[in-house]
Design a binder for this molecule. Structure first.
Ligand code: NOJ
Length: 743
């Protein structure tokens, strides 16, 4: 038996050795091809590879007179935003010019913002993160890659993994919440989903980690604004998801628009060279964000276009998205001796390597018949429905939900987002078609018991002063047994360049809810939004609130499944909901301070006009059943640095329906060479439990989970006491304690 095991180990090692020597050989073949090509390229052709231009919206004349000739002369290496009906055909046409008519036959790489789906639009990323379901999020990325690649795309500008702690910032919708650990896991899952196991597989896309770095920390949540943060905050909060994405094999990375501590990210050698390349060993290439190299002039960091180009390339930015003037000025900078051609060669080498690695030289064209076969399939739609349902978070329920279909004679559906397809799609849904979306009104109609009357009134717009629709809405409410109010934010209020200075329910929606409430008919609110909103009034005044975010094309079925109890909500918040905007930034992993908030002591860290706690904390979310946490056990109370211990707890479904619970593991390092947060998420598991069933969860507390950047910025474990929680959210749970000793 023993010798058999040894034999199989030998066979496995031999196989691994062969595979790794094969991939090394492949890499060196690619290196050779790339070097041969670079040796043949003119300076202008090299700079051409570094240029990425927008093709979105180009008309036929521009295509014929500017774009095609540019491709033919090798003046561009990439396009972004190829969209519209005949994308596969247009892609092949352009690629043919690049491959067959340009001097060196280098294929183009086509990039697109495939953020949360291509045609099958899934929930926005912030919503997806509330599912805590990494496998499903990965699956959604793989589907998006399949659809997008069939449509002619090679590369997605995703995942967006900027930690965001300020809901005013419109791009909070595009990321995976406020926690670096959870966001890191989503970063890796998305990279794996987009890129698949085989980079040359035509149904995969190259991924792009963005925006490097700390874009989510813009001052006052104001888009494109300044970022001024400590090195510690950068490393502890904003960098971990990027490291995880690099480790997962992401092929490209995008710079951020913002400056950090005085240096614009697109020209920051500390970020792009020191951290990304030297410390993390990133082997892909870096693309700037849109025009951000040229914008270093407005930042006051570059003198002119030529200087911006030199600063960008020298810092480690290899492809310029737009920044045409900077690109055009680049050859002269080399000729004037301001930049060595070797730096350009290195940039081009990285770009060409990726073009080889994803198989563009071998297989530059797409099968134009494929898109119809793989797009919007039954399976894709089923995943969109499941991911939407799992992303919903039940914020409040006084027992109104789930609705009992057979007991409702008349149901009123009220609100500007109820009979609405466009806003279900969310931000960054340009390749989608709102006609694919099922409205929440239709979803409810499809699932309601026969004989139940469904009444609908829009009531008002999302964001206007008009109250013209109020009267009809009140009439509907008066005659209904129950009202579903579908309110919140339009997709338009989120995403890039959509920061808000208040995060209330926009327009007159709150007044509409007040009037409907006055009729006495019970209200369940379905909140459609791309960011946390200040909804304390709703919490105090309506019996049930389900946040459904911007749920994607399966909005209607997913919401109806949940309202009627065919699906038991299990999502938990990955971003804190404040009580008022004045609490922002508010996040769960804050520090304790020297005067932790205390009700009885005025001179502690709090407000005089609002409670210091959030309305809904990170990790929070209800279910139609109840889960009881008990029996916390630690297998050791003391461990040495480097050792692990095991924490277990029992979770019981004490209600009478089956449900899923996201069980969370938190740690606190009680004393260290630098202060540590009150809690940090270090693990989680999603459990399915039948009524009455108990399962034991078990977490291993490893060295990695105990490590942090100490006062010398060294990542390590320090001896001392730690608290541990196995918890349903970031503010409650079972608490234990253990000690780490130096030896
Ligand atoms: C600007 C955005 O910041 C970035 O995320 C996006 O990928 C590019 N535009 C291209 O659309």
């Amino acid at each position: 038996m023993k010798s058999k095991n040894i034999l199989s180990l030998v066979v496995i090692f031999a196989a691994l050795a062969i595979i790794s020597s094969q991939s090394l050989a492949k890499d060196s073949q690619i290196d050779k091809k790339v070097n041969d090509l670079i040796a043949k390229m003119t300076l202008e052709e090299k700079v051409g590879q570094m240029a990425q231009y927008t093709i979105h919206g180009a008309n036929d004349i521009e295509l014929e007179n500017q774009i095609k000739p540019l491709v033919k002369k090798g003046g561009v290496g990439s396009f972004l935003g190829l969209a519209g009906k005949n994308t596969p055909e247009l892609r092949n046409e352009l690629q043919k010019i690049a491959v067959e008519q340009s001097r060196l036959g280098i294929p183009l790489i086509l990039g697109y913002d495939v953020i949360h789906g291509y045609r099958t639009m899934f929930p926005i990323p912030l919503a997806q993160s509330c599912s805590w379901n990494l496998d499903l999020a990965q699956k959604a990325a793989a589907i998006a890659a399949k659809e997008a690649s069939a449509a002619g795309q090679d590369w997605t500008f995703a995942p967006m993994i900027d930690i965001a702690r300020d809901p005013r910032w419109g791009r909070i919708a595009e990321g995976f919440g406020e926690d670096p650990y959870l966001c890191s896991l989503f970063a890796a899952a998305k990279v794996k989903g987009f890129q698949g196991d085989d980079l040359k597989d035509p149904s995969s896309l190259a991924a792009c980690l963005k925006h490097f770095a700390a874009y989510g920390a813009v001052q006052a949540g104001r888009e494109y604004h300044t970022v001024d943060i400590s090195k510690r905050t950068l490393w502890e909060t904003y960098l971990p998801p990027f490291k995880a994405g690099v480790d997962a094999g992401a092929l490209t990375l995008m710079t951020a628009f913002n400056e950090i501590n005085g240096i614009p990210a697109s020209g920051d050698p500390y970020l792009l060279n020191d951290i990304l390349r030297d410390q993390w060993g990133f082997e892909g290439f870096v693309v700037s964000d849109y025009n951000s190299v040229f914008q270093m002039i407005s930042h006051g960091y570059a003198e002119d276009a030529g200087d911006s180009a030199v600063k960008g390339v020298t810092a480690g930015c290899e492809m310029f998205m737009e920044s045409k003037a900077s690109i055009e000025a680049l050859p002269q900078q080399v000729k004037d001796g301001k930049l060595s051609e070797k730096v350009i060669d290195e940039a081009v080498r990285r770009i060409l390597k990726i073009k080889y690695r994803i198989g563009l030289f071998e297989n530059p064209y797409v099968d134009t018949t494929l898109a119809d076969k793989v797009t919007l399939t039954k399976e894709n739609i089923a995943v969109a429905r499941q991911l939407a349902r799992e992303s919903f978070v039940l914020l409040k329920n006084d027992g109104l939900l789930p609705l009992k279909k057979n007991k409702i004679k008349t149901i009123g559906i009220i609100g500007p987002l109820a009979n609405n397809k466009d806003d279900m799609m969310g931000t960054w849904a340009g390749s989608g078609d709102p006609n694919d979306a099922v409205t929440i009104l239709d979803g409810i109609k499809q699932q309601i018991a026969p004989g139940t009357q469904v009444l609908y009134a829009k009531g008002c717009d999302v964001d206007s002063d008009s109250t013209k629709g109020f009267a009809k809405a009140i009439k509907v409410a008066v005659v209904s047994d129950v009202v579903i109010m579908v309110i919140g934010e339009s997709a338009e209020l989120n995403g890039e360049a959509h920061s808000r200075s208040n995060i209330n329910l926009p327009g007159v929606q709150r007044r509409l809810v007040e009037l409907v409430k006055a009729t006495g008919t019970p209200i369940a609110v379905v909140l459609i939004t791309g960011r946390p909103l200040t909804i304390s009034w709703l919490e105090e005044n309506v019996p049930a609130i389900l946040v459904a975010w911007h749920p994607g094309i399966q909005a209607g079925p997913a919401v109806a499944d949940t309202l009627f109890g065919d699906f038991n909500p299990s999502g938990k918040l990955t971003v804190t909901f404040p009580r008022t905007l004045g609490q922002v930034p508010i996040f769960y992993n804050h520090k304790n301070t020297g005067r932790p908030a205390n009700k009885k002591d005025r001179y502690t860290s709090k407000y005089i006009d609002v409670h210091w706690t959030p309305l809904y904390p990170f990790g929070y979310g209800l279910s139609y059943t109840k889960f009881d946490y008990s029996n916390l056990k630690l297998n050791k109370k003391k461990i040495k640095i480097g050792d692990s211990l095991i924490v277990t707890a029992d979770i019981t479904n004490t209600g009478d329906v089956a449900g899923e619970e996201i069980v969370q593991l938190y740690l606190q390092d009680l004393f260290a060479s630098v202060t540590r947060p009150v809690r940090e998420l270090k693990g989680f598991t999603k459990l399915k439990l039948n009524p009455g069933q108990t399962k034991t969860v078990s977490f291993v507390i490893t060295k990695e989970r105990l490590s942090f950047y100490n006062d010398k910025m060294k990542y390590l474990v320090e001896p001392g006491d730690f608290k541990v929680w196995v918890a349903p959210d970031s503010v409650s749970g079972l608490e234990g304690k253990f000690t780490v000793t130096a030896n």
